[in-house]
Write a protein that binds this ligand. Sequence first.
Ligand SMILES: [Zn+2]
Length: 300
Amino acid sequence: MTKAVFYAPDPRTHTAMARTLGLDPRTQVQTPLFESVGNTGTAQALMMLTAALEEAKPRDRMLLANYGNGAEAFILEVTEFINKLKDRRSLKNYLKSKLALPSYEKYFHFRGIITTEPPRRPQLGSSAPVVWRDREAICRFHGVRCQNCGTVQFPPGKVCINCQTKEQFDKLRLSDKKAEIFSFTIDNVFPSPDAPTVLAIINFEGGGRMNCHLTDRDLNTVKVGMPVEMTFCRIHTAAGFYNYFWKARPVRRECLLIPNRHCEEHSEKAILRDCNAEFTLSCVTFFATLRMTEREGLAV
Ligand SMILES: [Zn+2]
């Protein structure tokens, strides 16, 4: 067996289990991620399996064992399709681009363990009818493109803001579009577990502009022109109802890409810089190939 992946509640127990099983903890056991991620409970074994597969070679054999209310174990054999997974978003790259919370105080706020006096502003409400009526914009994050002049607008409206054509739009998904910060402000009063709140006006590649919160950001690096991507977040809770919407965050997507990988069609135009760097040039074919590879990989 090449690698054993199994859950334990802490590093000491994990090492003891490896010894009991007669495995070499340095070579045959997948690192349990306690030092880099912590204990994620139910997700731990599968995250470890993901990490193990990132290093796996064809014909490797893996033990996956987990327990909770019962126990289960699998022996998996890696096939040659694993080679197609090399460039997809990986645990390793997510860890490389993670942000550490600056203090325990911040962690307590995120978890709701300590609460502070709320701002003296009207309480935010919840409305199921609004969420249902505007589901195209709120959940699917669809904007519209004018059929007459091509102007992209969000939120979707009835009349084109550019040519005033009425109700002649195509839907346009914005959730996977790249964008950049056009302007931003920092609000110290808006209720947020990660105060102060950064409110940004962003411009989407290919057109469209919106006003949104910026999350997962380092206040010292936020600047006009910064590339951002969209992420679906819980905005607030009111009347026992979770309200979700889209926020922008500094781009993590580059971390998926192997530096200097080429698009066959556009060759050097598609060279991308290293992790966390900005895009030098985008290449449609390159991303299409990457997505196709991901899909094939996921089907393995
Ligand atoms: Zn128009």
